[in-house]
Ligand binder design. Structure first.
Ligand code: IPE
Ligand code: IPE
Ligand code: MG
Length: 246
C-alpha cells in the first residue's frame, strides 16, 4: 500500500514505464573533489546511490536496468583508482546477494571478462548463479564493458558461424547481431540517463540505445536520488516517441 501510494504521488504513469533503463553513472570524482575528498570516496558514495536506485527501479516495476560501472577505457586511470574500483565492484557483487535479496534482483555482468581478475570472474559467476532464479528486475552491471568491443565480439562470432556454414552472410539480419550481444534477449533501452552534466555516450550500448530517450542530469551520481529517477521517468513519459514514423 505504501509503495502504491508513493508511486501514485510521484506522477508516474505506471502503464507507460520504460522497459529497460540504461544509466551512465558519472561524476563520482568531481563529487568527491568538491568536498575535498579523494576520488575513491566518490566511488564509495556512488555504490550506495546505486543500491537505492536499483531498489526503487524494482519497486516501480521496471524490468531491466543496465548500469555503466567500468568501461573498457577506464583502464587508462591511475592503477590505484582502478584497483579501488575493482575492489568496490567485488564487494558490491558479494554483498548484492544479501542486500538485494529482499528486492529479488537478478544480477548479471556484461562486458569482456578476460581482462578481469580471476577473483572477480569467480564472484560474477557465483552472484549470477545465486540470483538467476529471482523474479525481480534484471540488473546488468557493465563491467569492463565497451560497445565497440561488444560489436567486434559479435562480428567474430558471426564470422565463426559463417566459416562453420551455420549462417549465410547475405542472409544476416539485425536479429542475428542482437543475438550475439551481451544483452541478447532483453528489450532495447527505452530511457538512457547520464548524470554529472556530460552529454555523450562514452562507448555505452551504441546498438541498444538507437531509439532511447536520453535524459542528462546535472547532479553527480552520488547525489542522484530515487526522486531524481522519478523525474527522469516523467520526462521520458512526456517525450513523443516516433521511431521514424509520423
Ligand atoms: C563515474 O565517475 C564512475 C566511473 C567512471 C568508474 P567518474 O570517476 O568518471 O567521475 P568524474 O567524471 O571524474 O567526476
Ligand atoms: C563513462 O564515464 C564510464 C562509466 C560511467 C563507468 P567516464 O567518466 O569514463 O567517461 P568520459 O571519459 O567522461 O567520456
Ligand atoms: Mg567521468
Amino acid at each position: 500500500m505504501f509503495f502504491w501510494k508513493k508511486r501514485k504521488d510521484s506522477g508516474i504513469d505506471m502503464n507507460n514505464l520504460p522497459r529497460h533503463i540504461g544509466v551512465i553513472m558519472d561524476g563520482n570524482g568531481r563529487w568527491a573533489k568538491k568536498r575535498g575528498l579523494p576520488r575513491s570516496a566518490g566511488h564509495s558514495a556512488g555504490a550506495e546511490s546505486l543500491k537505492k536506485i536499483v531498489t526503487e527501479a524494482n519497486n516501480l516495476g521496471i524490468g531491466y536496468i543496465t548500469v555503466y560501472a567500468f568501461s573498457t577505457e577506464n583502464w587508462k586511470r591511475p592503477k590505484a583508482e582502478v584497483d579501488f574500483l575493482m575492489n568496490l565492484l567485488l564487494d558490491y557483487l558479494r554483498d548484492a546477494e544479501r542486500s538485494l535479496a529482499g528486492e529479488n534482483v537478478r544480477i548479471r555482468a556484461i562486458g569482456s571478462r578476460n581482462e578481469l581478475s580471476e577473483e572477480i570472474r569467480e564472484q560474477i559467476a557465483k552472484t549470477e548463479a545465486m540470483t538467476k532464479d529471482r523474479t525481480g528486475i534484471v540488473m546488468n552491471i557493465a563491467l569492463n564493458y565497451g560497445s565497440r568491443e561488444e560489436l567486434v565480439n559479435a562480428a567474430k562470432k558471426l564470422c565463426e558461424k559463417a566459416v562453420a556454414g551455420e549462417v549465410v552472410p547475405d542472409d544476416l539480419t539485425e536479429q542475428d547481431i542482437e543475438n550475439e550481444l551481451y544483452t541478447a534477449g532483453q528489450p532495447e533501452v527505452d530511457l538512457l540517463i547520464r548524470t554529472s552534466g556530460e552529454q555523450r555516450l562514452s562507448n555505452f550500448m551504441l546498438w541498444q540505445v538507437s531509439y532511447a530517450e536520453m535524459v542528462f542530469v546535472e547532479k553527480a551520481w552520488p547525489d542522484f536520488k530515487p526522486k531524481d529517477l522519478h523525474e527522469c521517468i516523467r520526462i521520458f513519459q512526456h517525450r513523443g516517441r516516433r521511431f521514424g514514423g509520423v
